[in-house]
Design a protein around this ligand. Structure first.
Ligand code: E4P
Length: 216
């Protein structure tokens, strides 16, 4: 499963760039960064070679197409994030014909995921945490999308989004998602484990007590 970082902060991306497969952003994250959309997306695309999702602000088809083409022109690895609306699905079909990759976002149901795949989306982003916030089964949604995509041979990649903890990431992997996007806090917790830390401390203490030469 590919791991993307869900952030627009270069200071979070740069030190982890060699361990991630791509970046997702959204209008809230870009606004919080204080940078302009084109400036920040350009910086991110130069920092990470994998796909960088940049979301359109327009909600009408013509506006989405115009913004999407401008965003993709920033760099080849910029992919266009479109909301799961009628206009977003229409834009996904147009971008598909233009070989511009898309990430259809704000997916909360199996029907929506089905429509995104039918529109030829490159990625679909089901929002696990927000589904759970509303009392739904976010991980169940991932499994259902996997089942239906496999059953009908859809090639749209499932990008698990709105993940709130490490257990969500593990469940996304077990559900067979193609990718998961995580905030930096979760990314770092996926690597660290208290027993790794204490085990390493013990090894180092034992080594120091042995008084041996450090050279290998
Ligand atoms: C990613 O594409 C989404 O924008 C993000 O995962 C949303 O996460 P949130 O529900 O924690 O805001």
């Amino acid at each position: 499963m590919q791991i993307f970082l869900d952030t627009a902060e270069i200071r979070e991306i740069a030190p982890r760039a060699d361990q991630i497969d791509g970046i997702t952003t959204n209008p809230s994250l870009i606004a919080r960064s204080g940078a302009s959309m084109s400036e920040r997306i350009g910086e991110i695309a130069r920092t990470v070679p994998g796909p960088v999702s940049a979301e359109v602000i327009a909600t009408d088809l013509e506006g989405m197409l115009d913004e999407g083409r401008r965003l993709h022109a920033i760099a080849d690895n910029v992919i266009i994030k479109l909301p799961l609306t009628m206009a977003g699905l229409q834009a996904a079909r147009v971008f598909g014909k233009e070989d511009i990759p898309t990430n259809v976002t704000l997916c909360f149901s199996l029907n929506q995921a089905l429509m995104a795949a039918r529109a030829g989306a490159t990625f679909v982003s089901p929002f696990v945490g927000r589904v759970e916030d509303a009392g739904g089964d976010g991980i169940g949604l991932l499994k259902a999308i996997r089942d239906v995509y496999d059953q009908f041979g859809f090639e749209t990649a499932i990008l698990a989004a709105s993940l709130r903890n490490q257990a969500h990431v593990e469940a996304a992997a077990l559900a067979g998602c193609d990718a998961a996007t995580v905030p930096v806090k979760i990314f770092d917790r996926m690597i660290r484990h208290s027993q790794t830390d204490s085990g390493l401390d013990a090894f180092m203490a034992d080594w120091a007590a042995g008084g041996l030469d450090r050279s290998v």
